[in-house]
Design a protein around this ligand. Structure first.
Ligand code: PGA
Length: 239
């Protein structure tokens, strides 16, 4: 184990994907708050929400002070363009207004179902960094280099990179950490010494494989369940 790996501080980025609606927020927060018991201090916990839930989430969060002290909000996509005539696109600057700190870019589902290219992802990184937020760039092994090449070289060090092996996403079949570490080294070779987190079927049964060896995790399915997500947060907080 390389002692340097967690020097950036540990992160958990929950990805709700295209799940949940207004009525789900209060029960989720109530149960999450009960699970973590006290405010999380050592781990950066981000919940990447569906866009339409961001403003209501903030209002509901006011009723849950322990959760509020523990959570940052993120979203799962952003426009590769600034404000302008780009119908349907959400500009990074407007996300800052909405209290967003972190934006997932280039998730494999965006690449697969919405045909996002490395260049699209690079444009999103630029917008997110210029707006003062953190981009979490999601990559699989085969395009680590190509994705890094497309991003403005000065911006690489501003990225958090999420290594998400395709075959591990949503399958319940997480990649063994020994294999993941080989790709993490490759990511650090091309992006520099940036925080690298792992995503792909992370839950309580495997969290200890990845943290604190890596800089954190990106749970999708496990973030939908507030008790599971709260348990992951607590497990990392006490590491
Ligand atoms: P999963 O999703 O934890 O459900 O595998 C991770 C992701 O796609 O970000």
């Amino acid at each position: 184990m390389n002692e340097n790996r967690s020097k950036h501080g540990l992160k958990i980025v929950g990805n709700w994907k295209s799940h949940k609606k207004l009525a789900d927020l209060e029960p989720w927060l109530e149960s999450f708050q009960k699970t973590i018991i006290s405010p999380v201090e050592k781990v950066e916990v981000v919940l990447a929400l569906p866009l339409q839930l961001v403003y209501p989430f903030w209002s509901v969060l006011d009723n849950f002070p322990i959760a509020k002290a523990s959570l940052k909000l993120g979203v799962q996509d952003v426009s590769p363009f600034p404000f302008g005539s780009y119908t349907g696109a959400v500009a990074a600057e407007s996300l800052v207004d909405a209290g967003i700190s972190t934006v997932l870019v280039g998730h494999s589902e965006r690449r697969r179902y919405f045909h996002e290219t490395h260049q699209d992802v690079a444009g999103k990184v630029t917008q997110v960094v210029e707006a003062g937020m953190t981009p979490v760039v999601c990559v699989d092994e085969e395009y680590v280099q190509a994705q890094a090449n497309a991003i403005d070289q000065d911006l690489l060090e501003k990225c958090v990179v999420a290594y998400e092996p395709l075959e591990a996403i949503g399958t319940g079949d997480n990649q063994p950490v020994s294999e993941a570490l080989l790709v993490v080294d490759q990511i650090k070779d091309v992006f520099g010494d940036v925080p690298v987190i792992y995503g792909g079927s992370v839950d309580m049964s495997c969290i200890h494989e990845y943290v604190p060896t890596l800089d954190g995790v990106l749970p999708g399915g496990a973030s939908l369940d507030p008790v599971e997500f709260g348990s992951l947060v607590t497990a990392v907080e006490v590491m």
